[in-house]
Design a protein around this ligand. Structure first.
Ligand SMILES: C[S@@+](CC[C@H](N)C(=O)[O-])C[C@H]1O[C@@H](n2cnc3c(N)ncnc32)[C@H](O)[C@@H]1O
Length: 237
């Protein structure tokens, strides 16, 4: 996902009365490439997960009974890092959730190109999907790499990592499950530390960059601006 200077906040008051409906992602045009569109047409049915007509939650264990670990990545962007991690770790199953359609198409294209079988995608707003979308204790790990930093004070309400969303994340992890967060925006790193200091559902803090996390597209763009990256490991208590 590219960094944009888009501070378009025109929707800020529309349907945003409830904290769960506050938009955490940037509004973008629906520009999608033919390759992304084609990948959605060819592979969408098989690799994009949706809740069933009866509205049952997705049972990730039933979906990947043989997987050694089940991982959820929130905000997979264009999917380069997601596909690289799936390829490097075929014993794990990864479910990526992304709200931006071109990102979904891009990851599907990578799935096809690399013949990945251990990846699935949910095309949704995680704040709307997570609670009912997956059965509890579905995941060994949740990854959130470079969540939109929402730098301006008046946009802080849009930061994903705050309030009730943090305990909700813990319900989807197995006991002692891992939440791995990375950010390149130092004030967001401080914000994350203070948010997690106030919750009983997680314990942990800063760690050195783990070797298995590839450079993401967003991270690469930040590094050119000398942004310092912070990784956090929080374990479900
Ligand atoms: C700054 S980008 C980082 C993308 C990728 N992780 C990377 O490092 O290149 C944040 C991503 O999170 C997605 N996102 C933000 N809020 C979301 C939400 N509520 N549900 C699903 N995806 C969301 C955005 O669409 C965007 O692709």
């Amino acid at each position: 996902m590219e960094r944009t200077n888009n501070t378009n906040d025109s929707n800020s008051t529309n349907n945003e009365g409830h904290p769960n409906s506050i938009r955490t992602y940037k509004l973008r045009g629906a520009r999608i490439t033919p390759a992304q569109e084609g990948a959605i047409e060819r592979l969408g049915e098989r690799f994009i997960l949706a809740r069933s007509a009866t509205d049952a939650s997705i049972d990730v264990r039933a979906l990947f009974p043989q997987a050694k670990r089940r991982v959820l990545e929130i905000g997979s962007g264009m999917g380069e890092a997601t596909a690289a991690m799936a390829q490097a770790d075929p014993d794990s199953a990864i479910i990526a959730i992304e709200v931006h359609k071109p990102g979904v198409g891009s990851l599907l294209w990578r799935i096809e190109k690399s013949g990945l079988e251990n990846l699935r995608i949910v095309h949704a707003d995680v704040k709307e999907f997570l609670e009912e979308g997956f059965t509890n204790e579905s995941f060994d790990e949740i990854r959130i790499y470079f969540p939109d930093p929402w730098q301006k004070l008046r946009h802080h309400k849009r930061r994903l990592l705050q309030g009730e969303f943090i305990p909700l994340l813990s319900t989807k992890l197995i006991p002692r499950g891992l939440l791995h967060i990375a950010t390149d925006w130092a004030p967001y790193a401080e914000w994350i530390e203070s948010e997690f200091a106030n919750v009983v559902e997680f314990a942990g803090g800063k760690v050195s960059r783990p070797a298995h996390r590839p450079l993401t597209r967003f991270e690469e763009q930040g590094l050119t601006k000398d942004h310092e990256v912070t990784d956090f490991f929080y374990y479900k208590t």
